[in-house]
Ligand binder design. Structure first.
Ligand code: FAD
Length: 384
């Protein structure tokens, strides 16, 4: 099917934008393009999560920072999302001896939010559904696309293949982006993918007597040299805990008794809070790998642009992947305010965005633990 208008490459309103990947960034992006008057076709490999009984996904909750909120504001979603989030005013640092010390996120009254990932996904999808000029195509997986013609090949759930054309392709298909594969063949395209030696494991800290087991308006952190545990509050009064640790350490903890021993050594204050669930936490699911992706440039001619994890996947303990991906949408939109043609907008987006991202990586990699005590909620590179 040829959705493209085949006239000039201007960003005029009748153009068709294909957003490949209907995750957090893809759905928000669809709203941004629709708001500008484009016809938007979203292609998502999964089924419709608003209809699905079981939704698979990564973390249970996410940190929404100031920069992420600004992007939601632009499409009128900030208040809805904030009303379902839990404000966290400080990091609460847990020392080995159980002492807790708060480190505020900036000035009094400033906070970041703990947001339920599944709900955020659903809200973004519901928002996209309200635009008459957004068409959501579920169970459509991109197999390949041609850099010469721009034609994309999708396969549907039942196995049928279809070729689609659009005026602009926006790759929001995550860290293992199929759109990005074609970039790899281009001269002067830089790309790196790195797995950290750390994995992550999520588990729940249940309520105690119907109340939060710890102070809810904090992001709890147990820093322990080469690894750390964090806990974010949920609306149902549980905390979602994530342990980031080298895989070789995970591999040493092979029985329920070893879990208890491990917690006695590193997180003794968390033992009564997690309670009876503790013995089983290492064995429900294996620790998950963490990948970071850096690439440049983010665009191909006037045909295609990468956003979100497809452009810059980062390890979760920065608490920034989604926030940075949301900001991509805002920055691209601002550039479209100034420049008329995709042939000018796309290189400008790369020019503005690539150094920003790379600077962030370098900055956080070098100074993570210094920043832990210094970054504030409004700083561009806020960290946990
Ligand atoms: P994704 O969420 O990966 O979405 C990509 C979409 O594309 C998916 O829906 C997928 O089904 C679809 N897709 C993939 N391939 C194809 C294809 N070939 N054809 C069609 N569709 C396709 N970030 C934060 O800002 N704050 C946090 O606190 C935070 N915590 C995190 C905790 C964990 C444990 C992890 C793993 C990550 C965390 N992140 C956090 C990072 C955040 O999850 C990602 O940055 C964010 O999900 C990126 O969104 P995205 O839409 O770019 O990609």
């Amino acid at each position: 099917m040829d959705y493209s208008t085949n006239d000039s490459k201007s960003t005029s309103k009748k153009k068709v934008v294909a957003v490949v990947g209907g995750g957090l960034v893809g759905n928000l992006n669809a709203c941004y393009f629709a708001k500008r008057g484009f016809q938007v076709e979203v292609f998502e490999s999964r089924e419709d999560i608003l209809q699905a009984k079981i939704v698979k996904g990564r973390s249970i909750n996410l940190v929404l920072s100031h920069r992420g909120r600004q992007t939601l504001k632009h499409v009128g979603m900030e208040d809805t999302i904030i009303s379902k989030g839990i404000p966290m005013h400080s990091r609460m640092i847990h020392a080995l001896n159980g002492t807790q010390s708060p480190i505020p996120y900036g000035k009094k009254g400033q906070y970041i939010l703990s947001i339920d990932r599944a709900n955020l996904n659903k809200e973004l999808l519901s928002a996209a559904e309200t635009y008459p000029n957004i068409n959501l195509n579920f169970a459509n997986k991109l197999l390949d696309w041609s850099t010469e013609t721009g034609a994309m090949t999708f396969v549907r759930a039942e196995g049928a293949k279809e070729e689609i054309q659009a005026d602009l392709i926006v790759g929001c298909d995550g860290a293992f982006s199929a759109i990005r594969k074609q970039f790899l063949r281009q001269s002067r395209f830089n790309y790196s993918q790195t797995y950290t030696p750390h994995g992550y494991l999520e588990f729940t800290m249940p309520p105690i007597n119907g109340e939060f087991a710890m102070k809810p308006n904090n992001l709890h952190i147990w820093p322990r040299n080469t690894f750390m545990m964090i806990a974010l509050p949920n609306l149902d009064k549980t905390f979602n805990c994530t342990l980031f640790m080298p895989f070789e350490e995970f591999e040493k903890v092979t029985t329920g008794d070893k879990v208890i021993e491990f917690f006695q050594k590193y997180f003794p204050d968390a033992i009564p809070l997690i309670g009876a669930l503790l013995r089983g936490i290492f064995f429900r699911l294996p620790a998950q790998a963490m990948v970071s992706v850096k690439c440049s440039s983010y665009h191909f001619g006037d045909k295609c642009v990468l956003m979100g994890d497809a452009a810059h996947a980062m390890v979760p303990f920065y608490g920034q992947g989604m926030n940075a991906g949301f900001e991509d949408c805002l920055v691209f939109n601002e550039i479209m305010d100034q420049l008329k043609d995709f042939s000018a907008v796309l290189p400008e987006y790369t020019r503005v965005r690539v150094p920003d991202d790379l600077a962030m990586y370098n900055y956080v990699e070098v100074t993570y633990f210094i920043l832990l005590t210094n970054s504030d909620v409004n700083s561009k590179w806020f960290l946990f």
